[in-house]
Structures are given as structure tokens and as C-alpha cells.
Write a protein that binds this ligand. Structure first.
Ligand code: UD1
Length: 425
């Protein structure tokens, strides 16, 4: 890509990847047709759909964003798919299969390498519901005679554990109360989806979720909410490139922590019913940012924010409080001229006026997106390798960026990179 040009125009946000992953897993909990709309067309979603098909569900992809799933023919609670080991949300099939069939055999989850990511809170929840859970040869084996509602207090606010326990508890006998739960928008979306299938879940979006177990779930038609993190990434794209972007198809309430920081950094934010316009400023101002569970500043926006701070006037303190190793992208930014010192879970960033183009590597999904934005603001040419990470979670990222003026190409090989280099000089 060739940087230095403000990104200007309109961009439309796709469906929420992390909501979709929970919803796809939940859709195997009935033997009736479930139609899911506004599905993002990204790699993690396709891996999940393949795994669901592999255990016997009928998966009909009507178009890139619509799928009909029928879990009636499922004859196998053992998920073998090699690809499932690479995604984080494979763990949702434990909750879904355990809820419906009282047994699950699923590979330990993978996902981005951003530090240790235990699943003890998930297992604690399943055990409280009466399941026997073991980890054997890299797989989670969960079995129960029957699941019974329980009172569960999570030790850590966990998105994955909240959704997973909610899935299993929907079909448990009696009442489950889960306390100290996560409140992210996609938790509310998965709960709304399950309720549309006949589940009785109350309190999603607050600290306590109450579930009355039902005997069975039925089919539904459901449209997934917009992706908060994709929306936030384009909002930061305006800030980082001094651009002016109207980000369409988002829920402004979900963006409050992000909008507030952008205003603090000097951007202008104009809010509409389902869109936000971000007008960048000639020079961003430094700010202190700490990641927190929702409604705090999302950890999945930390690399995009760190990239913006690397260009802001003054010194900023960026604190990552959710994951232990989510600063590796800062080494790549340093290659572009950023001035950063990392101490434990804190990065002290002194903004520079310009970044300069370099060959850098995407180290995970959100870091990859952030480094692309860095390249689009930098002087000269930047090459970001390992973009497969970005493709896991951003639909047509380079095309959406091109549509707002970015000079960026997806290069399949060295020859294509060279062609771009020659045309860009
Ligand atoms: C989900 C999202 C991820 C996002 C994260 C935090 C998906 C597929 N991924 O990941 O994009 O960055 O939420 O918003 O939706 N923890 C434990 N024990 C557990 C579970 C979690 O100690 O059993 C810890 C984790 O190590 C981490 C923290 O709790 O430090 C939060 O993790 P969690 O919210 O569970 O994140 P994920 O569900 O993995």
C-alpha cells in the first residue's frame, strides 16, 4: 500500500463476527430450520460452518451473507475438524452440543496468540450444571446424564464463558443464574437469538443473566447485529489518516467508548441513527487508554488505538488489562518510526509526526488491521505480510479501504507486490 492520503467517503459495516460465531453454534441446538442473515463473509465463519456441516447439520449458504442451518441430522457430537483448532469460538460447540445432547467432544480452542487464554470458567460453568468435563489429548470431553440449572459466579468477566454457559443452560432443567457476566453487545445478540428460538433468557447486557431452562428450542429467522470492532476500526482509520469517513450500519450506543476517545484526541464525531461520521484532525492529541470489559474501551480496538497514539502530539499511556501479550504489533510500528516503550501491560507512546513505510508482519487479527492503517498513514510504501489473520475477521478489508480512497492491493505473491511498487512510484 502507498500511504499518506486521507481516507474519505462512506463505508458499510458487516455483521458482527463474534456474535455470528455464537449464533452459528447455537443454531445446532434445534432440529428445525434456522435462517441467519447479515452473516459476515470471513474465514472464521466459514470454518465454523464447515465444522457444523461435518457433524451432520445441513448447511445451505443462500448467499454470502445468508445461511440456513438444520441441526436435525446431527449424528455426531465429536468435532474433528483441524481448522477448528485454529479458531477461538470452537468452544461454543461444547456448550451447544452439551445443552442439546448432553455430550460434546471438541478440540481445545485456538485463536489469536495474544497470551494465555484458559477456559477454566467455561468448564466451571458446565460442571455446575452437572457435566463431567475433562481435557484429553487436546480435546474437551464433556458429558452429563442430564443438565440441571445452577447458581454460577464467574471469577473473571469472560465473553466466551458467559455465552457458552448460557448456551448449555438454555436446555438444562430448571433455573440458572450466572453472576459477574460479560456485557458485550454480542452477548445480548446471542441471547436475543436464543430467545427467538424459544429460550427464556433475561438480563443479557447486565451483570446477571437468569435463564429458565426449556425442553426444546425451535427454528427462527434472525439478522446479526453490526460488528462493533469493524466499525471502530474504520472510525480510527479516519483519525489515523486525517480523513473524513461516514461509517454506516452501526449501533452508535455500542461505539460510545470509542467515540469518546476519538473526541478526546481531537476528532469531530457526528452521530446519526445508524451511522457515525468521524472527521480527523491535522494532529491528534495524546490520550491515556485502558482496555476494559464492555462498556469500557475494547481490547479488540487496542492496536488501532495504539497506532493512532503513535501519531498523536505528546505522550500517551496505553494499558492492556484483558490479555497478557497484545503489544507485539508495537515492534512492527517501531520499524515504521514509532516511539514506544513497553513495561508489562503498559505502553508509553510518544507520538511522532509521521510514520514511514516498511515491510511489516501482521501478528494477529486486530493488530493486522491496525498495521494496515499505519501503512495507509505512512510516507511511502508499506507491505504487510500474513494478512490471513486479517481475513479471519474483516470482510473485504482492502476493497472497503479502496472505496474510501486507499491505495492498497492484495498481492498474491512477490510478483504482484513488485507490480504494485512499480505502479505506485
Ligand atoms: C472474546 C472475543 C475476543 C475478545 C475477547 C474480549 C470471540 C470469539 N472472541 O474472546 O475477540 O478480544 O472476547 O472482549 O468472541 N479467561 C480466563 N478463564 C476463562 C475465560 C477467560 O481466565 O475461562 C480470561 C482470559 O484469559 C482473558 C479474559 O478472561 O484474560 C477475558 O477473556 P474472554 O472474555 O473469555 O475472551 P474470549 O472469549 O477468549
Amino acid at each position: 500500500m502507498k500511504g499518506g492520503k486521507p481516507l474519505v467517503g462512506e463505508v458499510t459495516v458487516s455483521g458482527a463476527k463474534n456474535a455470528a460465531l455464537g449464533i452459528l453454534a447455537a443454531s445446532v441446538m434445534t432440529d428445525e430450520d434456522v435462517r441467519i442473515e447479515n452473516l459476515p463473509d470471513v474465514r472464521d465463519i466459514n470454518v465454523m460452518l464447515d465444522a457444523i456441516a461435518e457433524i451432520g447439520a445441513r448447511v445451505s449458504r443462500l448467499d454470502a451473507h445468508t445461511v440456513v442451518i438444520n441441526g436435525g441430522p446431527i449424528d455426531e457430537c465429536c468435532v474433528e475438524s483441524e481448522n477448528m483448532k485454529r479458531i477461538r469460538a470452537s468452544y461454543y460447540l461444547i456448550g451447544a452440543l452439551l445443552g442439546r445432547f448432553c455430550t460434546a467432544n471438541v478440540p481445545m480452542p485456538g485463536g489469536c496468540d495474544i497470551g494465555s487464554r484458559p477456559i477454566d470458567q467455561h468448564l466451571k460453568g458446565f460442571r455446575a450444571l452437572g457435566a463431567d468435563c475433562r481435557i484429553v489429548n487436546g480435546k474437551v470431553l464433556a458429558d452429563a446424564e442430564r443438565l440441571r440449572g445452577s447458581h454460577i459466579f464467574l471469577d473473571i468477566v469472560s465473553v466466551g464463558a458467559t455465552i457458552n454457559i448460557m448456551l448449555a443452560a438454555c436446555l438444562a432443567e430448571g433455573r440458572t443464574i450466572i453472576e459477574n457476566v460479560a456485557k458485550e453487545p454480542h452477548i445480548v445478540d446471542v441471547a436475543n437469538f436464543l430467545n427467538s428460538m424459544g429460550a427464556e433468557i433475561k438480563g443479557a447486557g447486565t451483570d446477571v443473566i437468569r435463564i429458565n431452562g426449556v425442553k426444546r428450542l425451535h427454528g427462527t429467522v434472525y439478522s446479526i447485529i453490526p460488528d462493533q470492532i469493524e466499525a471502530g476500526t474504520f472510525m480510527f482509520a479516519a483519525a489515523i489518516t486525517k480523513g473524513d469517513i461516514l461509517v454506516k450500519n452501526l449501533i452508535p450506543k455500542h461505539m460510545e467508548a470509542i467515540s469518546a476517545k476519538l473526541i478526546e484526541m481531537g476528532c469531530e464525531i457526528l452521530e446519526f441513527d445508524d451511522a457515525i461520521r468521524v472527521v480527523g484532525t491535522e494532529r491528534l492529541r495524546a490520550a491515556n487508554i485502558k482496555t476494559l470489559p464492555y462498556p469500557g474501551f475494547p481490547t479488540d480496538m487496542q492496536p488501532q488505538a495504539g497506532t493512532a497514539l503513535s501519531l498523536a502530539k505528546g505522550t500517551s499511556i496505553l494499558t492492556e488489562s484483558i490479555f497478557e501479550s497484545r503489544f507485539r504489533y508495537l515492534d512492527e510500528l517501531t520499524k515504521m518510526g514509532a516511539e514506544v516503550r513497553v513495561e508489562g501491560n503498559t505502553a508509553i507512546i510518544t507520538g511522532v509526526e509521521h510514520l514511514s513505510g516498511a515491510s511489516i508482519q501482521a501478528c494477529d487479527l486486530r493488530a493486522g488491521a491496525a498495521l494496515v492503517l499505519a501503512g495507509l498513514s505512512a510516507d511511502g510504501i508499506t507491505t504487510v505480510s500474513d494478512i490471513r489473520y486479517i481475513q479471519r475477521g474483516y470482510e473485504h478489508f482492502e476493497q472497503k479501504l479502496q472505496s474510501i480512497g486507499a491505495s492498497i492491493e492484495l498481492a498474491e505473491d512477490d510478483r504482484a507486490s513488485m507490480k504494485f511498487l512499480l505502479s505506485a512510484v
